[in-house]
Design a protein around this ligand. Structure first.
Ligand code: ADP
Ligand code: MG
Length: 383
């Protein structure tokens, strides 16, 4: 697959699709991680004398008020600060002002176009990959570089649409994601252990079906563990239950008896106990200490570990211990350790354990789809 390094960027109009989908409140950027992560690719294009045209989505646009909340203007200010360089912001997604601004760009200059999803009003042209829109945006540049991993699992006009109409490659951020995720999933050093948690089984059925074929062990925690426990006939009280997934869990457990490891104890809203001691009124919210020890035995011998889904309701401090213990265990293990999923990444960050990982994926949905064994349309189009 072509990367930005395979192109001569000198004097070329290079469209870079970045992921500037940052949290903004009242015009203030609350977390600029995503902007910082895109800098390597942008700087490379600047240093190689490109005329840099940046495109990104921000939030969802369903009506006119969403446009006011989701303008990329604050991002252009922040980006300018981070690059220590002027960034030309164009408050449109098409038309003369945009075209003129692009045609007036000098080598090494940077322009940011307004939120691509402004084109979702009225008829979802961006999100439904309207062919005319992709063609139009492509007509604004000479080369297209996709570096927005977070949207690579969606076929939108700003990725698949443009890439279908221009010589294309991937940027450094997508390259890093693929270089870490693909070998871990498809060619892991063994034993290969996957830790799965989070809320619902139904969100992760695709992941479980694919990963069960590849992993040596699957350690299950979080809310989803209770549907598996229920499938084993255990009383789970008022813990999270995904009724429609019980049969799926039964089947997976039956076919993979020695592979799926379930919690043996639990922290509920009332006490810490064996999973067989949960009463009707109780709700399981974290894995217990005996389960942490059990999981550790598997993790200690593993050579590749992928983690998706917090093992407890980590947003509340008193139910974050299991998740923190897993971080601590991983920190002391010499293996390839990869985390994916939006909440998993933020749990690791909040607990201060980023250093424990080989790679933490920046794309929640995209990394899940790779775990499901799917191809990502925004990347496939570049191959
Ligand atoms: P990711 O975004 O990493 O893929 P998910 O979205 O699947 O993860 O799951 C994260 C959510 O799961 C968190 O909001 C967390 O509170 C919730 N969760 C974890 N354990 C439990 C539990 N025992 N009961 C209810 N919710 C839980
Ligand atoms: Mg989530």
């Amino acid at each position: 697959m072509k990367t930005i390094k395979d192109f001569d960027l000198n004097n070329k109009k290079v469209i870079i699709r970045v992921d500037f989908n940052v949290p903004i409140k009242d015009g203030i950027i609350l977390d600029d991680t995503r902007i910082k992560e895109s800098l390597k690719t942008i700087k490379y294009a600047i240093d190689n004398n490109a005329k840099v045209i940046l495109m990104s989505h921000l939030g969802r646009i369903k009506d006119e008020t969403d446009k006011l909340k989701n303008t990329l203007k604050p991002v252009s200010t922040k980006l300018s600060e981070l690059l220590n360089k002027n960034v030309i912001f164009v408050p449109n997604t098409r038309g003369e002002e945009l075209e003129n601004a692009i045609n007036n760009l000098k080598n090494g200059e940077v322009l940011l176009m307004e939120n691509t999803r402004f084109e979702d009003l009225p008829d979802k042209k961006e999100s439904k990959n309207d062919p005319e829109l992709g063609k139009y945006w492509a007509s604004l540049g000479d080369i297209y570089i996709n570096d927005a991993f977070g949207t690579a699992h969606r076929a939108h006009a700003s990725n698949v649409g443009i890439a279908s109409n221009l010589p294309s490659g991937i940027g450094f951020l997508i390259q890093k994601e693929l270089d870490n995720l693909l070998p871990a999933i498809n060619n892991p050093n063994r034993p290969f252990t996957v830790i799965l948690g989070g809320a619902k089984v139904s969100d992760k059925i695709g992941v479980i079906e694919n990963i069960v074929k590849k992993a040596d062990y699957i350690l299950i925690g979080g809310g989803m563990a209770f549907t598996f426990l229920k499938a084993e006939g255990i009383e789970i009280g008022s813990s999270l239950l995904d009724i429609e997934s019980i049969d799926f869990c039964k089947k997976i457990l039956k076919e993979n008896e020695n592979k799926i490891i379930l919690p043996i104890d639990v922290v509920t809203d009332q006490k810490e106990c064996f999973i067989t001691d949960i009463t009707m009124e109780e709700r399981g919210l974290d894995i217990g200490r005996k389960t942490v020890k059990l999981f550790k035995q598997y993790l200690d011998i593993s050579k590749t570990i992928i983690w998706n889904g917090p093992v407890g309701m980590f947003e509340e401090k008193k139910y974050s211990h299991g998740t923190e213990e897993i971080c601590q265990i991983l920190k002391n293990i010499d293996a390839i350790k990869i985390a994916g999923g939006g909440d998993t990444a933020s749990a690791i960050k909040n607990l201060g354990y980023e250093c424990a990982f080989t790679h933490i994926s920046t794309g929640g949905g995209a990394s899940l789809e790779l775990l499901e064994g799917k191809v990502l349309p925004g990347i496939d189009v570049i191959k």
